[in-house]
Design a protein around this ligand. Structure first.
Ligand SMILES: Cc1ncc(COP(=O)(O)O)c(C=O)c1O
Length: 377
C-alpha cells in the first residue's frame, strides 16, 4: 500500500529461514533454489555468521569512511588473495554501485594519463544495474524506456562475437565490461575462448577489461570468480550480492596501477564497507573455499535430473533451464508446491541456491521441479 510498485512481487511473505529452506508467514516450508537472487551464500542457519554478527552489533555497526576501518582491510586482503594479483579494493553497497565505481575508475585512469578515452563496450543480454551509469551500460531498450537520454559513452556488442567487439573499438574505447555468465539475461555463458580473445584485444588496444562478477562471483560457479575458468586476468572486477550473505555490500578490485586513479576525494560511499557488512563478508569469504570444493558434485545432481527437460545452461550453482516457453506459470506452480525458483529471460528457470545447500535439499527441490515439469511440458 505504501510501496512504489517497482517489483512484480509474489503473494508470499517469507518470515524465517532454516538451512536452505524458507518458511512463509503461514508456516509453509519451501526449498530455496534462489537465495534472494544469489545473495544468501551461507543459507539461513550459519551459526558462525550469526554469532559474529551478533557480536559486531554489540560492538559497533558503522564508523564512516573518515576513520580507519580494520574490517575493510581484512575483507580486502581476503578478496585480493582470491584475485591472485596485487591490487586494491573499494567498498560500496550494491552491484550497481560497484559498476558505477568501475565506470568512473576506467574514465579517470585514462584522464590521469592525459588520454581522451572514455567509451566502454558492453554486451547485449548483459545487465549491470539500475543507476544511470550502470543502466546506460546495460543494453536493454525496455529498461531504458522513460529514462532517456542514457549517458554517453557506451557501445553495445554481440555476446560471444569477437568481430562485433573489434568493429566497435576506436581510439576512444577505454574499457570492455562483461559478465562471464550473464545472469539476468538468462544464464548465458561467455565462451572461454571469447574471454581470452577479449583479454588479448584489450591488451592490443590499451583498453581495460572489466569483469562484472556481481552474480556469478563469490564461488558460485566452482571458482571464486567465474572469469577464472578462462584463465584471464581482468583489470577491474566488480562484485556484490553473495559477498555479504544477506548484508548489503559491494566491492571493486582494481590492479594497483588502475586503483591509483581513485585518490582521496575522487569517489566515496557513506555506508560502503561498514563494520557490520564487512563482518558478514569476512565470514562468508572464510567459508567459500570449502564450499567451492563441493560445487561440482552438487552441479552433477542438478544436471542428471534436469538435462533432458530442456537446455540446461550455466556452471556450478548458477544454472538456467530453458524450457522454451514462458515460465511464469510454472514458477508460480513451483512456489505453490514448495520450491523457490526464478523465471528470467521469459523462458529460463533460474537456479541460484545458497552454496551451503545440502544434497538432500537439492534432491528434495529437484523432486518438486521434475514432477512439475513432467506435468507442464
Ligand atoms: C551481473 C549483475 N550486475 C549488476 C547487478 C546489479 O546489482 P544490484 O541490484 O545489487 O545493484 C546485478 C543484479 O542483478 C547483476 O546480476
Amino acid at each position: 500500500m505504501f510501496l512504489m510498485n517497482t517489483y512484480p512481487r509474489k503473494d508470499i511473505a517469507f518470515v524465517r529461514g532454516e538451512n536452505s529452506c524458507l518458511f512463509d508467514k503461514n508456516g509453509k516450508r519451501y526449498i530455496d533454489f534462489l537465495s534472494g537472487i544469489a545473495v544468501n551464500t551461507l543459507g539461513y542457519s550459519h551459526q558462525k555468521l550469526k554469532n559474529a554478527l551478533k557480536n559486531q552489533i554489540d560492538n559497533i555497526l558503522h564508523t564512516s569512511n573518515l576513520y580507519e576501518n580494520p574490517w575493510q582491510e581484512e575483507v580486502a586482503s581476503k578478496l585480493i588473495s582470491f584475485f591472485g594479483e596485487s591490487g586494491k579494493v573499494f567498498f560500496c553497497n550494491s552491484g550497481t554501485e560497484a559498476n558505477e565505481a568501475a565506470i568512473k575508475l576506467t574514465r579517470k585512469y585514462f584522464k590521469d594519463k592525459g588520454q581522451d578515452k572514455y567509451r566502454i563496450i558492453t554486451f547485449k543480454g548483459g545487465f549491470h544495474g539500475r543507476t544511470m551509469g550502470s543502466l546506460s551500460a546495460t543494453p536493454r531498450p525496455n529498461l531504458h524506456q522513460g529514462f532517456e537520454p542514457m549517458l554517453d559513452g557506451f557501445d553495445y556488442a554481440e555476446f560471444n562475437d569477437i568481430d562485433s567487439v573489434k568493429s566497435l573499438i576506436t581510439e576512444k574505447t577505454a574499457g570492455i565490461m562483461i559478465e562471464a555468465i550473464q545472469g539476468e539475461g538468462g544464464i548465458n555463458e561467455a565462451n572461454l575462448d571469447f574471454l581470452k580473445a577479449l583479454e588479448n584485444l584489450c591488451k592490443e588496444n590499451n583498453v581495460l577489461l572489466i569483469l562484472d562478477e556481481v552474480q556469478a562471483g563469490m564461488g558460485r560457479t566452482g571458482k571464486f570468480f567465474a572469469y577464472q575458468h578462462a584463465g584471464i586476468k581482468p583489470d577491474i572486477i566488480t562484485m556484490a550480492k553473495g559477498l555479504g550473505s544477506g548484508l548489503p555490500i559491494g566491492a571493486v578490485i582494481a590492479k594497483d596501477e588502475v586503483a591509483e586513479s581513485f585518490g582521496v576525494g575522487t569517489h566515496g560511499a557513506t555506508f560502503g564497507g561498514n563494520a557490520l557488512s564487512c563482518m558478514a563478508a569476512s565470514i562468508t569469504l572464510d567459508e567459500i573455499p570449502s564450499l567451492m570444493e563441493q560445487i561440482p558434485s552438487k552441479e552433477v545432481i542438478f544436471r542428471k535430473a534436469l538435462e533432458h527437460f530442456g537446455l540446461l545452461k550455466g556452471k556450478g550453482l548458477m544454472l538456467g533451464l530453458d524450457i522454451k516457453k514462458d515460465c511464469k506459470e510454472i514458477s508460480n506452480e513451483l512456489h505453490k508446491r514448495g520450491l523457490v525458483i526464478n523465471c528470467t529471460a521469459t523462458s529460463v528457470l533460474r537456479m541460484l541456491p545458497p552454496l551451503v545447500i545440502t544434497k538432500e535439499e537439492i534432491e528434495e527441490g529437484l523432486d518438486i521441479l521434475t514432477s512439475t515439469l513432467k506435468e507442464f511440458l
